[in-house]
Design a protein around this ligand. Sequence first.
Ligand code: OAD
Length: 240
Amino acid sequence: MPDPRLRDYQRIVFFTGAGMSAESGVPTYRGAGGIWKEYDYRRYACQNAFVRDPAAVWEFHNFRRGLVARCDPNPGHRLIVRAEQQLPQVTIVTQNIDGLHARAGSRSIHELHGNLWRVRCDRCGVKVQDGPVLRDELRCPTCNSWWRPDIVWFEDYLDDAVVQAATEAIMGCDLFISIGTSAVVYPAASLPAYAADNGALCVEINPDPTPASHLYSLHLRGPATAMLARLAAGDPALLT
Ligand code: OAD
């Protein structure tokens, strides 16, 4: 039976999804109360929607910024920060755009789907972190084109450099811990297989099974904060 004590591993990757932030109060995307249950991504989260109706897309993203701004990192985020401070190599690969890992104090973070608090010029690609509240009159000072949220919308490509850095970390890790992702959105969902193929111990934290559950040798069926706390404490009951 694999031993899940964090301190026994040299290179740990935490691979996080919306369930990581659920206990902070940030809505997940799927399941009860999920964002895509209430809002049609074709109207709010794809380039075509932005071209058709930028004001509606901005309104949606400002609303989401408002939601996240009222939330704080949870004990699970902070536990990952502590692991990063105490262990040789800890990397976070996240699908989340909420910035809560960074707000908690984590440093080594690859954000596969971008960041809600950054804007990017639609034409020349200039990026501004902590960019302005998005409004339809705001344009890039360099080329006068539109600012758009620097997040990956449906049908967008992921940033090559981010994917490469994330893949390298995952291929080289000896402990891979997936937290709170439904594992249905590609290409992000294809990354955990690199950890499994390279012999890392793979742990899935999620109250529910996912289509990727077969990749993991340890399944911690419960909420992220409680399961991370037990993992950090080396709780032997996890193995039973
Ligand atoms: P989902 O909303 O698809 O899935 C959230 C997962 O978290 C589910 O499997 C839940 O069972 C689990 N979960 C819920 N509460 C939890 C808790 N307290 N602790 C642990 N797990 C919990 O979110 P993602 O998999 O992150 O993309 O979604 C992937 C991508 O789809 C997102 O990055 C987003 C979305 O479209 C973009 O915006 C580009």
